[in-house]
Design a binder for this molecule. Sequence first.
Ligand code: NAP
Length: 320
Amino acid sequence: MTRIGLLQAGPMMPFVTEQFSPTFDVHRLWEATDPDVLLEKIGADVQAIATGAQTAVDARLMERLPNLKIVANFGVGYDSVDARWAGEHGIIVTNTPDVLTEEVADTTLGLLLMTVRHLGAAERYLRAGKWPQAPYPLTPSLRGRTVGILGFGRIGKAIARRVEACGIPVVYCGRRRQDDVTQPYYDSLLAMARDVDTLIVAVPGGAETHHMVNAQVLEALGPNGVLINIGRGSVVDEAALISALQERKILSAGLDVFEDEPNVPQALIDMEHVVLLPHVGSASVHTRQAMGQLVVDNLKAFAAGKPPLTPVTETPFKGW
Ligand code: NAP
């Protein structure tokens, strides 16, 4: 088999990169002292990119790779890849759906419980030796809440199953009503925010969802409102969220994703009534391995002339 040029945008797990070696000549973009010089030298040889969310795979980069056929993205969210441009230029983009769904939903339930029941703060209280002086103060509750899920896809539905198992009703908002679900549908996020007190964000990032959760939506959620974001940081107007939390327009927030990762605003870190996680939704050994294997399997399918396993909707497969 002829060897194939692969541009690796950032570090990946060793068991993933080890599987590249037999088939691909790997060029490590993030290690290049001058990426422009590297791209000038190897651009025409590159037929495949392996990437994660850290590096933008935009038109500027892809234009420099005239023989590029596939961009294999580690992660179900691929807002760092310009998939529309790729589709228009016959390049396939693949992502890692399904294998992370249950893990991310587990994390979301944990984040919701931590946020509403102050589990992190209560643990800090014990560790600080404060329990012998007084019990931890009573907290808000999930009881009596209604959860609205923005983005009722694979992860949104897996979250709904867990939340409903807790006895909490779920409604959802998306671009279209889904015929095969029983939960009430809202076509307006603002209307849903008015009717619920707990909003869980599980939509993809990108231009269309940028700052969908804005000051108005947060205000509509109300003073008992809890915002949970495991979708993308860009979906929430972080400055508006900080104001809403500081002015107690909403009760609290649990965030796994941020606008400028890994930088988290000090104003959020300073607030005791928010829960902040460093983007760990899918970050278990089990699930990250399954995601890494799917990246490898998509690239191997390409190398063998077979259809990709998980192309994204913007880049339907029509042959290599
Ligand atoms: P999915 O199955 O494609 O679901 C996405 C849902 O979002 C769809 O139901 C879609 O519904 C809805 N949607 C898309 N654009 C929208 C818009 N403009 N307005 C309203 N709804 C919109 O994807 P998934 O597998 O559930 O993953 C969802 C997202 O979770 C990923 O894209 C990623 O950003 C995030 N994620 C985060 C982590 C983490 O570690 N925190 C891990 C994995 C994934 P309609 O098409 O009906 O609108």
